[in-house]
Design a protein around this ligand. Structure first.
Ligand SMILES: [Zn+2]
Length: 104
């Protein structure tokens, strides 16, 4: 689900970053830059979206993906956790065991 944010030039997103943008009909990726103190969107050259018609943007937040440390399956990673495992119970158990020692 894309979290669209209405573009407000008075409250713009962080400049020099790329965002998913839309004019209400098409969707593309554009960079917002400070052009001589004027904020401008830079969609790709062949975009169907024109810079001035961009009304909404969204942050690009693809999940980080890494292999599960036990089975190697690629899984989305939450950076809070240092250990990467898939949802598989045997993988989770095996990592818990290696962390917690014999006790648990
Ligand atoms: Zn696994």
């Amino acid at each position: 689900m894309i979290q669209w944010i209405e573009y407000d030039p008075k409250n713009p997103p962080k400049v020099n970053e790329e965002y998913i943008v839309s004019d209400g009909r098409y969707v593309d990726v554009a960079r917002i830059c400070d052009y001589f103190d004027e904020l401008r969107w830079y969609p790709p050259d062949r975009s169907q979206i024109e810079e001035l018609f961009i009304t909404h943007y969204a942050e690009i937040n693809l999940p980080d993906v890494e292999p599960c440390e036990v089975c190697g399956k690629m899984v989305a990673v939450d950076r809070k956790y240092k250990i990467v495992t898939c949802e598989d119970e045997s993988c989770i158990l095996r990592v818990q065991r290696s962390l917690g020692g014999e006790g648990t």
